[in-house]
Design a protein around this ligand. Structure first.
Ligand SMILES: [Zn+2]
Length: 96
């Protein structure tokens, strides 16, 4: 990856790098857009420094044994697979 060493998620965007989250249990790799990860982390006040926190991620296999890696944007498949729709609740009532 040359001499461009990202120090924060902002650098990922700047250097055209995607955020890869590798599951150490099943080896699945999920690749995220750095700008979207940055916005998500900002709302949750998760530090933006590298190594990127795996805290908010869970693998589809259920494992939280994850590792973040830098993936060059040029590795993206063309065309990208369609986004899986997600449904967010309007609000959640906690048990009292
Ligand atoms: Zn997994």
């Amino acid at each position: 990856m040359g001499t461009r060493v990202p120090k924060s998620i902002a650098d990922y965007s700047r250097f055209d790098i995607d955020v890869g989250v590798r599951c150490l249990a099943c080896r699945r790799l999920a690749v995220f857009d750095a700008a979207e990860v940055m916005a998500f982390f900002a709302t949750r006040q998760i530090p933006m420094t590298v190594p990127i926190s795996t805290l908010p991620f869970v693998c589809r296999c259920g494992s939280k044994e994850l590792q973040t890696i830098a993936v060059e944007k040029c590795c993206r498949p063309d065309p990208l697979p369609p986004k899986r729709p997600t449904l967010q609740p309007l609000y959640v009532q906690e048990a009292r």
